[in-house]
Structures are given as C-alpha cells and as structure tokens.
Design a protein around this ligand. Structure first.
Ligand SMILES: Cc1cc2nc3c(=O)[nH]c(=O)nc-3n(C[C@H](O)[C@H](O)[C@H](O)COP(=O)(O)O)c2cc1C
Length: 202
C-alpha cells in the first residue's frame, strides 16, 4: 500500500511538473517580445571588416524565430572609429568615465512588451555605454529580460548582472555566442540560438 501511494505521488509530481512546463511554454509563446541590441560594423576582432555586426546577426535570428520586434540602439552622432584598436580605446575611456552617449530614436510603446531580449557585444566585460543610456531611459517593472552577448572569449562575463542592476527586471538565463561564429558559421550560431530559445520555453 505504501509503495502504491509513493508511486501515485510520483506520478502526480511528474504530471504536475509537466503541466507547469507546458503552461510556462504557452505563457512564453503568448508574450509580446522585443529584441533590443547594439552592434558595430567596421573592423572587428577576428572577422575583419564586417558590414553586418555580429550581435545584429544573432538579434535577427532571435526575432525571426520568436516573432519579436527589433530595435537597434544607435548613437545619435556616431563618432566611433571604424578601426578596431582605436574603437577599443574610445570604448574603454567611455566605460571609465561612465559616459551616456545620446541615442537615436526610441522603441514605440516599450510598456507593452512582456519579454525583452537584450543583446550586446562584450566590450571590456561590459555593455557599450549607449546600452545604459537606453536601459536607464525605460521602466522595466514586470518585464522578463533574456540577455545575449557576442564576444571573443569572455562570454557573458557579468553582463547579465549589470543589466539586472540597472533594470531590476526578472532575468532569464543568458546566451553567449562567439562573434566569429555568428559572422562566419551561421548554422552553428542558429543551432545555439534555437537551443537557448527552446530552453527558455519559446
Ligand atoms: C571596444 C571593444 C571591446 C571588446 N572587449 C572584449 C572583451 O573584453 N572580451 C571579449 O571576449 N571580446 C571583446 N571584444 C570583442 C567583441 O565582443 C566581439 O567582436 C563582438 O562579437 C562584436 O560584436 P558586434 O559586431 O555586434 O559589435 C571587444 C570588442 C570591442 C570593439
């Protein structure tokens, strides 16, 4: 009898968890989604001169798969050098001074979104300062944030924590993709994106 009851309890638990996962999946499918990203063309580490940024490639994959809207964070006056080394120096000095470069345009009806995919290149283990300009300008209350990062070795670093600190949003687990994989091995990048989205319930 005891054995029967524990098997019965186990069935109930498994069934309950399964139902919960299905409900979560359904919830994610019905949410209003936005992809906000920063990405840089020009000379980039290990890929040479690129006409579409590495993070932009991943951002578009996420939007295509989830039906999310896309918003690219761009500088109002883009004075960033096209040459990689010069860019790293400007970016480091902006990070050190806590710069908040002005950005061009804004997302229409930001308040309507339930889930925001926040995408960024890893710049000195941080986000480009323009992403802070964007994040600080919006109310993230009640939103879920799924961070994704392209990088050349440092991965997500503490970028998700930084996003959480600024937005105070509920964070979902993040995705890190090598920039050169996004740029030159699209099938591999797409597989990583799809596996991550599936894991999150999209
Ligand atoms: C200013 C700057 C700083 C960078 N710092 C790092 C870093 O600290 N760690 C790392 O793994 N990659 C670093 N990278 C490489 C980028 O994260 C990588 O090339 C990324 O895919 C660029 O994305 P994008 O083309 O969307 O801008 C840096 C690149 C730049 C331009």
């Amino acid at each position: 009898m005891k054995k029967f009851l524990s098997i019965f309890a186990l069935i109930l638990t498994v069934f309950g968890l399964n139902n919960q996962a299905q409900a979560e999946e359904k919830n994610m499918a019905n949410t209003k989604k936005l992809v906000v990203y920063f990405s840089k063309t020009g000379e980039q580490y290990s890929v040479g001169n690129i006409s579409e940024g590495n993070t932009a490639i991943v951002a578009k994959m996420i939007a295509a798969q989830t039906g999310a809207d896309l918003f690219e964070v761009k500088l109002k006056k883009d004075t960033y050098p096209a040459a990689y080394k010069a860019l790293t120096e400007v970016a480091l000095s902006e990070k050190k001074s806590g710069a908040r470069p002005e950005i061009a345009g804004d997302v229409a009806n930001f308040a309507d979104y339930d889930v925001v995919f926040v995408g960024t290149p890893n710049w000195w283990a941080d986000l480009p300062m323009a992403m802070y300009t964007f994040m600080e300008a919006h109310d993230w209350n009640g939103k879920k944030v799924a961070p994704f990062v392209t990088h050349e070795g440092s991965g997500l670093a503490s970028i998700p924590n930084k996003i959480q600190t600024v937005t105070n949003a509920e964070m979902l687990s993040g995705l890190a993709v090598y920039g050169h994989i996004a740029q030159n091995s699209r099938d591999e990048a797409q597989k990583a994106v799809s596996a991550w989205l599936q894991q999150l319930g999209f």
